[in-house]
Ligand binder design. Structure first.
Ligand SMILES: Cc1cc2nc3c(=O)[nH]c(=O)nc-3n(C[C@H](O)[C@H](O)[C@H](O)COP(=O)(O)O)c2cc1C
Length: 315
């Protein structure tokens, strides 16, 4: 099938994340995909400066890109990545979450905010799917934010996650090669990706394990206690990743399940409509702050206490 699939890894050279990704990509290539693969460790990616000049101009209907576009390799990679039909990401788990090499790359995607750019007519909508692989030395317990951390980076660039794989207990270099089941599951991810690409976008569904994670909406394994949101919306329990809201209920088998309530997907971050609610929030909180000159005056006055106060640093 003529389609484009890109693999992006952030793992050690010739080790677990690379090999599991390659196994998935081999399945894609065998099914006819044109495959590209990169390891982020080979590229220069700078930290987001937090200037928000990208979104400020978007809010005025202009696309100015990122102030770092000419200073590192992010744009070069994104130009290829956003032309793909599917992307598979694989990242090692460091301190329970995706390693910083990946996060640094992903957190530079604000200037590619697809919902904004489509709204102002700067880009055309393109449907893409994604598969995510997290690789760690431990079990799920010590990788508790690994896939969830990767998922959280998919919203900005509007990638529909159709499969996820948590590779556990492979601490050693290339140790995954001893686990035939794991390699087979990585291959299955490639097959699932190709299946999703061949499905009309509106019919694309989750193809991973049905019982993966608490959340029936995004399949994350992370729930948090809800508290009233900026607009008063309250859910007793929320999915940490997609924001689905509901409560825990007995599943009849002595365990608990997360049941999404009727209006529980109002702010589903995996959808453009759900993310638009966050834009309303930004408009109210950030917009309200900047719009009132009294606020800025007061902040400037109060700043002085902290600007003048300094502590010993490290030479
Ligand atoms: C700084 C550091 C932190 C790590 N933290 C975790 C962790 O929190 N949980 C875990 O399961 N593995 C952790 N690991 C183990 C790696 O995830 C593991 O070695 C993995 O195989 C690396 O993937 P790679 O071979 O593709 O580079 C850590 C490794 C390093 C170097």
């Amino acid at each position: 099938m003529g389609c484009k699939v890109m693999g992006i890894t952030a793992g050690r050279k010739n080790s677990n994340s690379e090999y599991l990704l390659k196994e998935a990509l081999i399945a894609c290539e065998e099914a006819g995909a044109e495959v590209t693969m990169i390891n982020l460790r080979d590229y220069n990616i700078l930290d987001c400066t937090g200037c928000t000049s990208c979104t400020k101009s978007m809010s005025q209907g202009k696309y100015t890109g990122c102030v770092l576009d000419k200073k590192d390799d992010k744009k070069k990679i994104m130009d290829v990545m956003l032309a793909q039909d599917a992307v598979i990401i694989s990242a090692p788990t460091y301190d329970l979450m995706p390693c910083s090499t990946y996060l640094k790359f992903a957190q530079r995607s604000l200037s590619y905010e697809t919902a904004f750019l489509e709204t102002i007519g700067a880009i055309e909508h393109k449907d893409r799917v994604a598969g995510l692989i997290s690789v760690g030395g431990s079990t799920r317990s010590w990788q508790s934010m690994a896939l969830e951390g990767l998922q959280a980076t998919m919203f900005t660039i509007d990638m529909k996650v159709v499969d996820m794989l948590l590779a556990t207990r492979v601490p050693g270099n290339a140790q995954c090669l001893l686990d035939d089941e794991l390699i087979a599951r990585a291959r299955k991810m490639g097959e699932n990706i190709m299946k999703a690409v061949a499905t009309p976008p509106e019919e694309r569904k989750w193809l991973g394990e049905e019982d993966m994670g608490w959340c029936p909406n995004c399949h994350s394994n992370a729930l948090v206690l809800g508290e009233p949101q900026w607009d008063g919306l309250y859910y007793p329990i929320e999915c940490q990743v997609c924001g689905a809201g509901g409560n825990l209920e007995p599943d009849g088998k002595g365990r608990w399940k997360f049941v999404i309530q009727e209006n529980g997907l109002l702010k589903d971050r995996t959808t453009v409509e759900g993310r638009a609610k966050h834009l309303d929030e930004i408009g109210q909180t950030q917009g309200g702050f900047f719009a009132d000159p009294e606020n800025l005056k007061l902040v400037n006055e109060r700043k002085q206490r902290y600007i003048q106060k300094t502590f010993r640093g490290i030479d």
